[in-house]
Design a protein around this ligand. Structure first.
Ligand code: PMP
Length: 386
């Protein structure tokens, strides 16, 4: 199994293969049912098998999916995104998050005629040679014209921008700091404003990679929470509730560059995923999903914190409550996190020991309470380990 979905990277007992999902639950191929706090690593934002999304996808599938060009759903979806996202004047579509981040970088370079991209150290933007975290098989040239800064550190961002001189094409930054294995951080307003100001001063593009956080923190994009609007945004994961779709949205100032680059894919215009995305956006609005998952996330965080205090364990929970990450103090080799998750899994809750998790609209207070009850086996399992 390639990439991060390799179950060998998880504790013993984690399934590699899944049979089905329904609402906030998944079943593995051995018939075991779990409360699903990974939500397919982000795409499931309404719930597995959401009836409204499934109906829209089925209806479109009956008419056609992959045709000689896009269907009218492409226009309808683009208009909805532009209505919903304040920083969007236009939209284009792809399949995976990496397609979208790669297109953003290409558009920024086409627009500015410059090369250098500033990126935060440790941030994940996808698995293409220019951004994969594992350099095997890539060349130095794949990563040329990139400079790093520290997320949320204005001085390091300013220093990196100064080092670039007049070759800055873009600052590329995730919706919040959700790097693997370290505590998560929401963007500070000062950091977001500094990124905006540098791009304005230098005539560069500000790109927010909202592939992971998009549609979970704020209806209009994660940086709406700090009042800063990017020039380009990359979307995927939650946009179509599990159907295969990614999008780039941008400001008018980048429209010309977006029309000049050549990007495409055999399946990029398939209509079923777009119909699913339209239904997903409708449901996100109708149900206040952002508020629902925040309330459930707070319930989970409070419940875990209380149990950690009771067990006298140092448990750090960080980032937005609807995308929880927890790490144990002093757990440098993740032995505690792994034992905790393994025991909790056995009680029917699918958690991750080092990656952020995801809540969805189909989760209920009863599901969160079931996770908390299961976590008691986790806290018991790590007793001797500290
Ligand atoms: N950017 C971010 C912030 C992501 O979290 C991811 C996926 N985890 C990607 C880009 C790449 O998306 P994909 O795996 O769909 O190519």
């Amino acid at each position: 199994m390639w990439g991060h979905l390799d179950a060998k990277k998880l504790p013993e007992g984690y399934p590699q293969f899944f049979a089905r999902g329904e609402g906030g639950h998944v079943w593995d191929v051995d018939g075991r049912r779990y409360v699903d706090l990974m939500c397919s690593w982000g795409p499931i934002v309404l719930g597995h098998h959401d009836p409204a999304v499934d109906a829209a996808a089925r209806k479109q599938a009956e008419m056609g999916d992959c045709l000689n060009g896009p269907g009218p759903v492409l226009v309808e979806l683009a208009e909805r995104l532009v209505d919903r996202i304040p920083a969007a004047d236009w939209a284009m579509f792809q399949k995976n998050g990496t397609d979208a981040t790669t297109a953003c970088v290409t558009i920024a370079r086409a627009a500015t005629g410059r090369s250098t991209i500033l990126m935060a150290r440790g941030s994940y933007h996808g698995a293409a040679p220019w951004c994969t975290p594992v350099p095997a098989g890539t060349t130095e040239a794949d990563r040329a014209h990139q400079l790093r800064f520290e997320y949320n550190d204005v001085a390091s961002l300013e220093a990196a921008a100064a080092a670039v001189g007049d070759d800055l094409a873009a600052i590329l930054v995730t919706g919040f700091r959700h790097d693997n294995i370290v505590d998560q951080e929401l963007p500070t307003p000062e950091f977001a404003q500094a990124a905006r100001a540098i791009c304005d001063r230098k005539g560069a593009a500000l790109i927010v990679d909202d592939v992971r956080a998009g549609f979970r923190l704020h209806a209009g994009g994660s940086w709406e929470t700090v009042g800063v609007r990017p020039d380009l945004s990359a979307w995927s994961k939650a946009i179509a509730n599990g159907h295969t779709l990614a999008a780039v949205t941008g400001r008018d100032s980048l429209r010309d560059a977006a029309t000049r680059i050549f990007v495409t894919g055999s399946f990029w215009c398939s209509s079923v995923a777009m119909a699913a995305a339209i239904a997903t956006l409708e449901e996100l609005e109708r149900r206040d999903v952002v508020g629902h998952i925040a309330a459930l996330g707070q319930r989970l965080r409070d419940g875990l914190a209380e149990r950690a205090r009771g067990a006298n364990v140092g448990l750090r929970q960080s980032g937005p409550v609807s995308m929880p990450l927890f790490l144990f103090d002093g757990d440098t080799d993740f032995a505690i996190g792994r034992a905790f998750c393994q025991a909790t899994l056995e009680e029917g809750a699918f958690l991750h020991p080092r990656h952020n998790m995801f809540l969805c609209a189909a989760h209920t207070e009863a599901d969160i309470d079931a996770v908390l009850a299961a976590s008691e086996a986790g806290f018991a399992a790590i007793k001797g380990l500290r």
